[in-house]
Design a protein around this ligand. Structure first.
Ligand SMILES: [Zn+2]
Ligand SMILES: [Zn+2]
Length: 564
């Protein structure tokens, strides 16, 4: 008898004659198994020897068209221990398929027939991110070229910090050292004053325009720019930089690079947007400066304490600076909607129960990214076989999901950013592997999955999806909109049921109270906060009302701040 918990044998990968990669593992499949067990126990071949080859040949003879949509198969072959001493022979073929509805339906509906003929029960899973990218892809090696660049540089001690894009109000911070300089983000526009030190390299922390607008000019000027692999792929998709841009250097976070004199630059995953990055600089004399980039301490998805950020500093550091996002100080967006995620859950559940189509629309891909992950955890994982609907997602948003999820799964679900941690929790569920996820395409009406749908799209795709959706549709509008977009949407949706979800549930900057809390805690721990993304007057006024003295922080606006 085998014990479910300890049978973990070595895996071997093979490639079948049909070209499909597979492995055979002698350990249990803990996913949904009720239907498979029932079918196997009743099948003619139960208890007989069966081989993967049988399985593939049978599919080839009977479902040839489906074969090309199967990416990968894992055969689970073991004695499954169920409860007390009750065992059954598990022979599950977990078939990872591309997003082809027909293939998934055939494998599911023909489960009994296939098990009878081959001894294996086919269990359909969505396409997998990990096996395809398990090795470091060649383009990631490009980041190796970063080490020689920084590796030959001297930096010395921290000296000064200034915003070189202050005229346009963007974020581009020149961090000067006694022997060199680096650039934190490239602002709306890249321009280094002639009087200033030339940066050895720069980092672009995320894809918002106030941080990456100057990217093209910066890379045209051959400034090496570090980005996370997720941010890089988003920049390519949106056409902000060319794929062949030699000076754009990708890192799989978290990662550290050490300069010639031992200055350490650490890049960490962060929750502001998909793929966002934080940067910690540690000099040889143990000074530390942490650039949070745009940052939100808490929203409806997650809640962090100041210690989660301040704990990144090392105890032995001498001189600690925290470059902190103060965008919402005296400037918090007004709440136009009082819908929170609990109410949303209740409302969507009602739509699901009635079998209505739901369209979620936003101007920002970031908001859609958040809501898709939330939808998965709330409705599509767990007992998802009970949910009789499909998710149709704009292809570019699926790519966005991939860019963040692949690095995440390749970190073995470790070192999540707070958003990922809150949404995915301890579970190993992979929202890209859902069999209910489909990109929307032109052929959808003919060969795609049947409704009802949860449709996720950006504003330009809304009219088309309104035509496709059927019956009494609910449209959920997420996040802030441009005034003109909002007017257009209100006209377009006049006859429809709609819910407007402006926030604060989907905000990506810290509230004034949270900034005050971080500043206060930092000051007590000997960390000097430097607040950016706002006018000094407004910062002082807002923090004043929270009882924070102007002595405990600095504002990075027009002046060059000395760091000593
Ligand atoms: Zn931002
Ligand atoms: Zn920003």
């Amino acid at each position: 008898m085998s014990d479910n918990s300890k049978t973990r044998s070595h895996s071997h990968f093979y490639v079948d004659n049909s070209g499909i990669r597979y492995e055979v593992v002698e350990r249990p499949w803990f996913g949904p198994r009720k239907r498979g067990k029932k079918i196997l126990l009743a099948s003619a071949l139960y208890g007989h020897e069966c081989s993967p080859d049988n399985f593939f040949r049978y599919l080839e003879r009977n479902y040839a068209s489906a074969m090309r949509y199967i990416e990968w198969v894992r055969f689970h072959k073991c004695t499954y221990l169920e409860g007390h001493e009750r065992t059954w022979e598990q022979r599950f073929a977990i078939c990872n398929t591309k997003a082809d509805f027909k293939t998934r339906s055939i494998l599911h509906e023909e489960g009994q027939v296939i098990a009878n003929a081959t001894g294996w029960y086919p269990l359909v899973s969505g396409r997998r991110a990990a096996p395809r990218r398990a090795l470091n892809p060649p383009w990631l090696n490009a980041s190796e070229s970063l080490s020689p660049i920084i590796g030959s540089c001297q930096f010395g001690d921290l000296e000064a910090l200034s915003n070189v894009d202050r005229e346009l109000g963007g974020c581009s911070f020149l961090l000067e050292f006694t022997k060199g300089a680096m650039l934190l983000d490239v602002g709306f526009q890249y321009r280094i004053p002639e009087s200033a030190s030339v940066p050895a390299f720069g980092v672009v922390t995320h894809t918002h325009h106030d941080h990456c607008g100057g990217l093209k000019i910066a890379t045209d000027n051959k400034l090496p720019i570090v980005v996370s692999e997720s941010v890089a792929r988003q920049l390519y998709f949106t056409g902000r930089v060319n794929r062949n841009t030699a000076s754009l250097l990708q890192l799989r976070l978290p990662a550290s690079i050490i300069s010639g004199d031992g200055t350490r630059f650490t890049f960490m995953p962060h929750a502001h947007t998909p793929g966002a990055t934080m940067v910690m600089v540690t000099t040889v004399s143990k000074q530390q400066l942490l650039y949070t980039s745009d940052y939100c301490l808490r929203n409806s998805y997650y809640q962090q304490a100041p210690a989660d950020i301040l704990g990144i500093f090392s105890d032995s550091a001498v001189g600690k600076w925290l470059l902190l996002d103060g965008a919402f100080l005296g400037h918090e967006p007004e709440t136009k909607s009082d819908i929170n995620l609990d109410i949303l859950k209740r409302d969507l559940k009602r739509e699901h129960d009635c079998g209505h189509d739901v369209i979620v629309v936003s101007e920002s891909a970031d908001y859609l990214y958040c809501i898709i992950m939330w939808l998965f955890q709330t409705f599509y994982t767990g007992d998802k076989s009970q949910l009789d609907r499909h998710l149709l997602v704009e292809p570019s948003i699926i790519r966005l999901l991939e860019t963040t999820f692949e690095p995440f799964i390749l970190r073995q679900h470790d070192r999540y950013d707070p958003f990922m941690k809150a949404i995915l929790g301890k579970g190993m569920s992979n929202y890209l592997e859902s069999v209910r996820l489909y990109p929307f395409t032109h052929e959808l009406d003919r060969s795609g999955p049947p409704g009802p749908y949860d449709i996720i799209c950006t504003v330009p795709h809304l009219p088309r999806n309104l035509k496709m959706a059927k019956g009494d549709i609910l449209v959920l509008i997420v996040g802030r909109l441009l005034g003109s977009t909002e007017d257009n949407l209100r006209t377009l949706l006049k006859e429809k049921r709609s819910l407007w979800l402006h926030g604060p549930d989907f905000t990506f900057h810290s509230s004034a109270a949270d900034v005050a809390n971080i500043v206060d805690t930092a000051a007590k721990e000997g960390i000097k906060p430097i607040i950016f993304h706002n006018f000094p007057k407004r910062v002082h006024k807002a923090l004043d009302t929270h009882g924070i003295s102007g002595q405990s922080y600095e504002c990075l606006y027009s002046k060059r701040i000395r760091i000593k």
